[in-house]
Design a protein around this ligand. Structure first.
Ligand SMILES: Cc1cc2nc3c(=O)[nH]c(=O)nc-3n(C[C@H](O)[C@H](O)[C@H](O)COP(=O)(O)OP(=O)(O)OC[C@H]3O[C@@H](n4cnc5c(N)ncnc54)[C@H](O)[C@@H]3O)c2cc1C
Length: 435
């Protein structure tokens, strides 16, 4: 059901330092430890892009440092908007190589298949091997397909643009009455997971396809982390859109045409969207990097791997501890981790020590279709403040948030310091609070 975001076409940006047969060296003898210092960034998501642009802008075209960004696709994936892709909305074409033009960072398109942390090399899917002296690991996270039986075979996900587009096709066919489901222009779409991705997806599908029945299933009430007032608004908005919410339920299997709940109840489904739980790439654990129970790279205060300090881990792929606990995956926190890793690498190259990373959350914006949203403002530890926005104002706020990363990268290219501004978390992360 899920399309693997795997590519075999590569630019030759790194061709002079890597070969299909194995690690090659620069003309000057560089390659994983000598002469030229290779900084390799894996993953061009919100965090990896931040790192690559910052490194490219701050280091420029220095003779002795090479910055290379490796990603599965040339087109930047606006993951914050994949629920829009899943309802047939076209997103902007954002070219990563074009964005990097004019910086010292170059782009290699490829699917990373292995990291050798001892040899300090990365293998990509055409068997090219890229050496590194410093690695930035930012391969993100995806919905957990192994969560219960049948997800991989029978459920759709938002794990990649291709997966989201496959759901869009299915929904369009159902809405036109061409699906294999329950009749002309109708059908039931079950969204599993009452977290933010599930809520946004259910609302978007209900708004775009009013003829379809949308059911949102989850363990917790939607908006459970918000204030009661904000959560009440969110649930009322889902109701207005016609989304049926069932919380306190546990899905135990996805079947062709149904989902089964604990207790044996079966809900018919013409399409199932799975958003519950996340998993990270197994590559870090396979490489022998110290990881947590979810496979995320364990970092020190400066975002370096606790087992391999030449590896920085950023974004969803990293387990980053702050005073309030381990950060959870967001774009708002992911971009600062990428910037901080880049700044730390530049400091280290200049012989200076990296500084501790500090970050405090400030909002939880949730879209409810295109014209409505809830923005819950938060304390640095992500607990809700009393203040929140709703309605069109919140929808405009959410749109500004979703649109912001790409122009931010553009600004960082010219003025890297502009990207180094984010809430540090105050007393929540001050002094001994950063561990
Ligand atoms: C529908 C939806 C809405 C969301 N809304 C919000 C929101 O409003 N606010 C917010 O803060 N967060 C939101 N999030 C969460 C946010 O998108 C993630 O936390 C964020 O994308 C993490 O950034 P990242 O750079 O760590 O990883 P990602 O953005 O996942 O990027 C990882 C990159 O690595 C690439 N990659 C992965 N494996 C390989 C490999 N083996 N080889 C090569 N390339 C690889 C991927 O293709 C991708 O380009 C939302 C998520 C979804 C799905």
């Amino acid at each position: 059901m899920n399309a693997q975001p795997k590519d075999t076409r590569h630019e030759d940006a790194y061709a002079d330092t890597a070969t299909a047969a194995g690690v090659d060296v620069d003309a000057d003898g560089a390659g994983g430890g000598s002469g030229t210092h290779h900084v390799l960034v894996l993953g061009a998501g919100y965090a990896g892009m931040s790192a690559a642009v910052q490194l490219g802008a701050r280091l420029g075209r220095r003779q002795n440092v090479r910055v290379t960004l490796v990603n599965a696709q040339e087109r930047f994936t606006e993951r914050l908007r994949l629920h829009m892709t899943a309802t047939g909305q076209q997103l902007a074409e954002l070219s990563i190589p074009e964005l990097l033009e004019g910086t010292g960072a170059r782009f290699v398109r490829g699917w990373v298949t292995a990291v050798d942390a001892d040899a300090r090399t990365v293998r990509i899917d055409d068997d090219r091997v890229l050496p590194y002296d410093t690695l930035v690991y930012g391969l993100g996270s995806v919905a957990n397909l192994g969560a219960v039986a049948g997800v991989e075979e029978h459920a759709y996900t938002l794990n990649s643009p291709e997966d989201a587009a496959a759901l869009a096709d299915r929904l369009a066919r159902l809405a036109k009455g061409n699906g294999s489901g329950s009749g002309s222009g109708s059908g039931t779409v079950v969204v599993v997971g009452s977290g933010l991705t599930g809520i946004e997806s259910a609302a978007e599908i209900a708004e775009r396809h009013p003829g379809l029945d949308v059911v949102l299933l989850g363990r917790r009430e939607p908006g459970a982390t918000m204030t009661p007032k904000a959560a009440a608004y969110l649930r009322a908005a889902l109701g207005r859109l016609g989304v049926t919410v069932r919380s306190g339920v546990e899905v135990v299997e996805v079947l062709p045409g149904a989902v089964e709940l604990a207790g044996g109840e079966r809900l018919p489904a013409d399409a199932v969207l799975w958003t519950s739980g996340t998993r990270v790439s197994p590559l870090a654990a396979a490489a022998g990097l110290a990881v947590d129970e979810r496979g995320r790279v364990l970092t020190d205060a400066a975002l370096r791997s606790v087992s391999h300090p030449e590896v920085y881990a950023v974004g969803d792929a990293a387990a980053i501890r702050q005073g309030y606990g381990v950060m959870h995956g967001t774009c708002q926190g992911g971009m600062p981790t990428g910037v901080h890793a880049a700044v730390s690498i530049v400091r280290t190259l200049k012989g200076r020590a990296p500084r501790p990373f500090r970050f405090g959350y400030y909002h939880t914006p949730v879209s409810l279709g295109r014209n409505d949203a809830v923005v819950q403002f938060t304390r640095p530890d992500d607990s809700p403040r009393r203040i929140h926005l709703t309605g069109r104002t919140a929808a405009r706020y959410k749109e500004v948030v979703s649109a912001a990363p790409w122009p931010t990268y553009g600004r960082m290219k010219k003025m890297p310091a502009s990207g180094a501004v984010w809430p540090r978390g105050g007393r929540f992360t001050r002094n001994g609070a950063v561990r």
